[in-house]
Design a protein around this ligand. Structure first.
Ligand code: HPA
Ligand code: ZN
Length: 334
């Protein structure tokens, strides 16, 4: 049995495996510019965030119907459950679909077909987090929040993703204020490729409760001190950082130093179909590369539940934390 954990940084569109991409392409009559899954996999060589995003947006062309989104989410939940995930807070990128003529309702209702039955089918509780694309305009983000109004009972929070550099958090002040007024939880990608100032700005201007990635906080000791003091969770994605060249090799990843500094770190998979592993694979990889001890692995799992948006179900959070505490490390995958 794998170590029980929550996954808090996962783009559902980034779980699109080549096999499912071709299946959906055939179902929808969409032509992909790759001969087969092997040729597609060969395209998974990235120089940076943008080179990944180009492929990520290209492959979304196969997602057209509610059933496509349901199949995508269900496939993720099955894989996540097998890796010990008990709770998943799942990002989606509605603007990338709306721009292709797929309405908000198709996306949310489709995802909900899978999420609404996830506990029953996979034993995984879920939350949905709607992300805005930071390389689109602030007006587009506001229109997207407006389009989501009929579905807000299914959406727990908002996030900010896509190309970071040149798109500072302050650009989205207004939409974050509007979302806060609607009672939505707030997170944002910051400090993946962008500077530590973007992390500070996400906290001060957007009022985020968690920072996605946050890797580059380590360049600013005063910021680290603040994140430690305020117990701000960071959702780290180690295999993503290697694939997108934020770090050269996993042995250089700052996770161990971040834990030593007292930061509330969690480990997540980001876009597992593209980055070579789901969440337990990420746990495994950092354990091996950084020599993390079993109790540090347990602490990462505890942190994942502490940092999750389970304030409306503290009983469940306590149950999950008790599962982590009772976990016996054997030969199994963490
Ligand atoms: O890792 C990421 N960073 C920014 N945007 C993204 N959209 C999907 N994955 C990512
Ligand atoms: Zn991400």
């Amino acid at each position: 049995m794998p170590l029980p954990k929550a996954e808090l940084h996962l783009h559902v569109e980034g779980t699109l495996e080549p096999e499912l991409a071709f299946e959906l392409a055939a179902r929808n009559g969409v032509r992909l510019p790759y001969a087969d899954t092997d040729e597609l996999r060969k395209a998974y060589q990235f120089e940076d965030l943008q080179s990944f995003l180009n492929l990520y947006y290209e492959l979304m062309a196969v997602l057209r119907t509610e059933q496509d989104f349901a199949d995508l989410a269900d496939a993720y939940l099955a894989r996540a459950a097998a890796q010990g995930v008990r709770h998943a807070e799942i990002f989606f990128d509605p603007q990338a679909h709306i721009a292709r003529g797929v309405p908000m309702g198709t996306v949310v209702e489709g995802l909900w077909r899978a999420l609404g039955r996830s506990e029953e089918n996979h034993g995984v509780s879920t939350r949905l987090i709607m992300c805005f694309l930071r390389d689109e305009s602030a007006d587009s983000a506001l229109e997207t929040l407006e389009a989501a109004r009929p579905y807000l009972d299914r959406i727990t929070g908002i996030g900010l993703d896509s190309a970071e550099v040149g798109h500072p958090p302050v650009k989205f002040r207004e939409v974050y204020e509007a979302a806060a007024a609607l009672g939505l939880r707030r997170v944002a990608h910051a400090g993946e490729e962008g500077p530590p100032e973007y992390i500070t700005e996400a906290l001060d201007v957007l009022g985020v409760e968690r920072v996605d990635h946050g890797l580059r906080c380590m360049e600013d000791p005063a910021l680290v001190e603040r994140l430690v003091r305020d117990r701000v969770p960071l959702t780290l994605c180690p295999l993503s950082n290697v694939r997108l060249r934020a770090v050269d090799v996993l042995a250089d990843h700052p996770l161990a130093a971040m834990l030593d500094a007292g930061l509330l770190c969690t480990v997540n998979s980001d876009d597992p179909a593209y980055f070579g592993g789901y969440v337990a694979d990420n746990y495994h990889a950092v354990r091996d590369a950084l020599g993390l001890a079993k109790e540090q692995m347990r602490e990462l799992a505890r942190n994942s539940f502490r940092a999750s948006f389970l304030e409306d179900d503290e009983e469940r959070r306590a149950r999950y934390l008790a599962e982590v505490d009772a976990y016996e490390f054997g030969q199994a995958v963490p």
